[in-house]
Design a protein around this ligand. Structure first.
Ligand code: P6P
Length: 338
């Protein structure tokens, strides 16, 4: 009957968000309109990513992005699609993209009250080998109704109204939280709609998987080294954890959310703030983990309490199952005492 319900009930992401928003009498549908434009961007990128191999979209666009990495055509395309979709929604005022050095301030005529921070195609170094990649986004309300400034996006992650990612893999899955739990939607290409397939996702309290780039082990600090050592040689006689690392944050976090365990991108001697970006990688994934009953820690504090100083700031991150992150917090607290 579930299949029938799916065929007749058709809980699309738009209907789902409308239902959620209708609980706020004062809401005028702005948020729903904003989300529908983000969904449109994801649908476009999904088709572009799927066609990339055929349409020879692969290869370098000959440009480099602010991170100094070679920019692939799909990065350029995805970024343009999201910027255009968000501006044309008429609901945004400040946009921050991993691909753009400067924030985009929307012209007054098209301005709305939301700020969107996003990585249009995270994990793009994996495009050519077919590994799942994704779009990551977070949504803030502008701080006050004056001329928008960077302060409207330099807010702690706990101020986000919503966050999510869209994973372009064997299927196209959009995972979203608007602050009342986490729900997953899968694109039905025959309908061109995202259908609710993972209602009310909760991350297992403890997991059997740890996810980290062991190649950086030489440069890790004490607590991270101790934690990973304990994963491989547990002192309490329990069985070792499995290592699963794809090197595409959306894929590694999606697996962690569904199966449990911990994802780590720690600080190391070479990069004291780790590698992942606060606004559009660390915050959205931390928001989702907390909403799913997990937690997210930077090595010093709750990730969502961090206040970024610059729009491309980085931070170390340990996120996933509640008990697993609790373990790493204990190791950092112990080091603090010494
Ligand atoms: P490393 C991909 O480039 C990315 O930004 C994330 O998607 C991923 O988690 C991380 O970098 C992988 O980094 O240093 O392990 O290759």
């Amino acid at each position: 009957h579930a299949a029938d319900a799916h065929r007749t009930d058709l809980m699309t992401i738009t209907r789902f968000v409308l239902n959620e928003q209708s609980k706020y009498p004062e809401s005028r549908g702005d948020f729903t309109i904003l989300l529908s434009h983000i969904v449109l961007g994801c649908k476009f990128v999904c088709t572009a990513v799927n066609k990339a191999g055929l349409a020879k979209l692969l290869g370098l666009a000959g440009e480099t992005n602010v991170q100094g990495e070679d920019q692939k055509k799909l990065d350029v395309l995805s970024n343009e699609v999201f910027i255009k979709a968000l501006v044309s929604s008429g609901r945004t005022c400040v946009l921050v993209s991993e691909e753009d050095e400067e924030a985009t301030f929307v012209e007054p005529a098209k301005r709305g009250k939301y700020c969107v921070v996003f990585d249009p195609l995270d994990g793009s170094s994996n495009i050519d080998c077919g590994v799942s990649i994704g779009t990551i986004f977070g949504i803030y309300m502008m701080k006050d109704a004056h001329e928008p400034t960077l302060d409207d996006v330099l807010q702690p992650g706990k101020n986000m109204l919503a966050a999510g990612y869209c994973m372009y893999g064997s299927s196209c899955t959009l995972v979203l939280s608007t602050g009342k739990g986490v729900n997953g939607f899968t694109l039905d290409p025959s309908l061109g709609e995202f259908i609710l397939t993972h209602p009310d996702i909760k991350i297992p309290k403890k997991g059997k998987i740890y996810s980290v780039n062991e190649g950086n082990a030489k440069n890790w600090d004490g607590p991270t080294s101790k934690y990973v050592e304990n994963c491989k040689f547990p002192k309490d006689g329990s069985s070792p954890k499995s290592l699963r690392y794809i090197g595409s944050m959306v894929a590694d976090v999606h697996r962690t959310l569904l199966y449990g365990g911990i994802f780590l991108y720690p600080a190391d001697k070479k990069s004291p703030n780790g590698k992942l970006r606060v606004l559009y990688e660390v915050f959205p994934m931390s928001f989702l983990m907390e909403q799913a009953g997990g937690q997210a820690f930077t090595g010093k504090q709750r990730a969502l309490d961090l206040v970024p100083k610059k729009i491309h700031d980085r931070a170390p991150i340990f996120l996933g199952s509640y008990d697993d992150v609790e373990e790493i917090k204990r190791l950092y607290a112990a080091e603090e005492k010494n």
